[in-house]
Design a protein around this ligand. Structure first.
Ligand code: KIV
Length: 267
């Protein structure tokens, strides 16, 4: 790591809530994009299990394995100098027993060198969050719309409105030692109240502006994954269109004999 880069640590991230700093987080799954986001200065990179959809082409996050998360986490870690890197624990890597959860969290941290793991659930995963924390592995919780619960919820994208359950989940995750909580698809007023009730940062996705920070899927906000247009998503770029324009230009120049030109050829 170069000397001028000050790495974002879990304590620094955690303190954002009390310091009134708004945190930025994006998902990345490989060396190239993680390097771009890190250089741009994002506070945190999430190696999300959304890679099952964005990279692997599945319709849910369920199929991705611990081994695949490690593979992507290692690639991301080779690029990142500053951002806090969090790796998702995939479906069925922590639900069956606490000891299996600790083993898998340990495997992810040992093999990738990432800063923390993320898992879905609040009250129901409190014991697991506490036990992984006791193994000195920082845990980010994720409540509200939990993509790994897609079967129980009856589909992706269902807004969570059970106020008391969500307040209890957030409190349980904080009490169990989570250093931050993702709030996904929670009405903005409730997300604001959850944020105010906690001392750890909340990271919203579809949860309005009163969260401590925001997370988006990198490919979605750049306009690379244009098939997904939920209300909460703002596209900050149109990279799919720009990439296709460049590819068409390349094809046209190859087909028309303009590329490669003399300047691109060895003599
Ligand atoms: O896997 C993921 O990308 C996530 C974010 C949407 C928070 O969990």
């Amino acid at each position: 790591m170069s000397k001028s880069v000050k790495k974002v640590t879990v304590p620094m991230f955690r303190q954002a809530a009390s310091e009134g700093r708004r945190l930025t987080m994006l998902t990345a799954y490989d060396y190239l994009w993680a390097g771009i986001f890190d250089e741009a200065g994002v506070d945190s990179i999430l190696v999300g299990d959304s890679l099952a959809m964005i990279v692997q082409g599945h319709s849910t996050t369920l199929p991705v394995t611990v081994g695949e998360m490690i593979y992507h986490g290692r690639a991301v870690m080779r690029a990142v100098q500053r951002a806090l890197v969090v790796v998702d624990m995939p479906f069925m890597s922590y639900q069956s027993s606490v000891s299996e959860a600790i083993r898998n969290a340990g495997r992810i941290i040992k093999r990738t060198g990432a800063d923390a793991v993320k898992l879905e659930g609040g009250a129901i995963q409190a014991e697991t969050i506490r036990s992984i924390g006791r193994a000195d592995i920082p845990v980010m919780a994720h409540i509200g719309m939990r993509p790994q619960a897609v079967r129980q919820l009856g589909g992706m994208g269902k807004i969570q409105r059970d106020e008391q359950q969500l307040l209890d989940d957030a409190r349980a995750a904080e009490d169990a030692g989570a250093f931050a909580i993702v709030l996904e698809l929670i009405p903005e007023d409730l997300a604001g109240r959850i944020t105010e009730s906690l001392s750890i940062p909340t990271i919203g996705i579809g949860a309005g502006p009163r969260c401590t920070g925001q997370v988006l899927v990198g490919a979605d906000m750049l306009g690379l994954n244009t098939g997904f247009r939920p209300r909460f998503l703002k596209q900050f770029g149109d990279l799919r269109e720009r990439a296709q324009t460049a590819v068409r230009q390349y094809m046209s120049e190859v087909q028309g004999g303009q590329f490669p030109g003399a300047e691109h050829s060895h003599r």
